[in-house]
Ligand binder design. Sequence first.
Ligand code: GLN
Length: 740
Amino acid sequence: MKARATLACLAADAARWSTVHLLHRGGGNIPGAVALRLDPSVISELGAGLRGSVMVTGTNGKTTTTGLLADALAAGGAHVVCNRAGNNMESGIAAALVMSRGQHAELGCFECDELYTVRVMPRLRPHALVLLNLFRDQLDRYGEIDHTQDVIADALGRSPETALVYNADDPLCAAIAARVENPSLPFGIDEPTNLEADRISDSRFCAKCNAPLDYEYVHYGQLGKYRCPECGWERPDLAFAAVNVRLTCGGFEFDVEDRRGEKNGEPPVRHHVRTRYNGLYMVYNVMAALAGCLAAGGSAERFQEVLDAYEPASGRGKTFALDGGFEVVSMLAKNPTGFNRMVQQVRTEGGSCLALFLNDNDADGHDVSWIWDIDLERLHDLPDLRLICVGGTRREDMAVRVKYAELPARLELIEGVEDALRIMSDGAVGRKLHVVANYTAFPPVVAELGRLSASWEAPAEKGAEAFRGTFESPRLEGETEEQWWGRTSGQGDLGLDRPLRIVHLYPDALNLYGDGGNIASLTKRCKWRGIPCRVDQVLMGQNLDLSDADVVLLGGGSDRDQLAVAEELRDQADKLAAYVADGGALLAICGGYQLLGRYYMMGEKRVEGLHVLDIETTAGSTRLIGNVAVDSPVCGAPIVGFENHAGRTVLLGSEKPLGRAIVHGSGNNGEDGGEGVLHGNLIGTYLHGPILPKNPGVTDWLITQALHRRGVDAKLAPLPDDLETLAHDVALKIAERDRR
Ligand code: GLN
């Protein structure tokens, strides 16, 4: 080792000693950061001492797959160095290497954050990179998924001998494989699993020609067997394929077929795998670990043994047994796809009590709009669902999300798990609690559960406070059920000859930031007042008919999605223009807002707009990201939301902004203080969050305009918006805090 690297390692040792002994904290990233500071090439220096290494990246499942893979490699007798605790940035990997000195490590197995692959791979030159999946996640940190793809492709290009072991069921991963020259080994599930598809998918379009993909089957998210009807691009042939996937009482069982020899006429080699997990995502994680192990020259012989012995890291998916027969299952979910897997698990287990913890710290992402992309409504089929508690720094947002799912359960705001257990005892509603928490919310939950399993005494069950069905009813305080119906049916009798028609344009393409929440807000607020309404989705390729539309919604999307929609609407712009000119109510968010203008410049590429608005947008080299609050004539309270866009929009002619930024936020272009556009009954805005559930005043404005256009001049009945107001005020406070 060079003198500089030796020095860096010694300094890292000292840093580790001080953090552990003086600050009483785990070593974590600090020793690695110190070592990198003194010698930026410390990863390559120390990595060169290994016989080889494997890296694991992707949105979901990194820590589990890395741990399993490290165990599988170690089962072959090698000493493996691994960053098991999930410190997955450059410094975490450097720290693991520094600390393994003198331990005769032979192989490296490293979890790596997607955006750090490009910094680590060229230095480590791993044998293989296991790429698990790419889902929307912390978009305020990662930007759009296209950017993550670019980074990983770049990383692979700088380490050309690294084999890419990737999830071919994910078109976003396959698109990377198609772009790079690296040897590649696709894995996937080679049969339908007949799961209900998620509402949101992160990829609908062909990586080659941007046409919508056809699926033979979908497992979840965008994972499945796909083909482009236009250019024929399709899921690559699998080198590792899961087949005979069965859910038994104990968990998923399946065979992994190693088909690498097929091109030489050899039959596939079959490895039967039994898991203790009942989430399909674990089939992918387990298969990825096995494929990674085999690709790195390891053996499958002891894989089952390794899997049986494997304990997920840091209390994930663990069941804690507490006093009084209470049981708590701890689940980690950081993004919609991960959360949907947990929802699925709760359904499989017939859950009755849930506690959802949502934080918005740096490591979680400050933008919590993703909770509106979770399919929480699927919990409706749980016959015993009684209680949903919400905690964490953004519990009010989660409470609003739960409220609009109208689940037949009591909803409570809590501080910690113990509160949930106490409410369960009070109501005698069951003894099993499923806790789902996001990134920084999870460790405190596990710590509390550790404490509770040692010292908690279950209170006597009261059963007095029997929970009624839908707790969050739309009634005003003190109002009886009859009074509420009396009042709302009065509202309902508006003399409408047909329900309000809400048209949701292209939810299959423009859905990046919880746009479904805007639909939920519109429909539920109509329903709670007894105003009949219906939602028609117009999907890509379907006929666009706005003749009797009352509210139109266009969501946000990544550049790629926007491009596809611009293409789709090219010859239909006049329909939208006529609707808007006729006073039709329309809400256009981010990407949808940009599309309504004259053009959107994506670098050199000019995407022709629909010319409904006199605005122009040009993508900048940085993204404008953060919490925002604006003052607007549309409603009394400031409109709060989150923005995340590269586009800078300029209003021309007589166009007026929706509002003026009162705290923080860049708005249209970061320069003139204006946010969005208010053009007749059209609102264009960069605010998502999504905007409507958190700003019920804006929803009610849209409904009022729509009714007015239908000849009804009604004043909307007030609704009990306590939760919405709480969530709104939290968002406003955060926007104010961000400004300081
Ligand atoms: N892709 C567009 C941009 O980055 C719109 C993003 C969005 O919908 N938030 O500007």
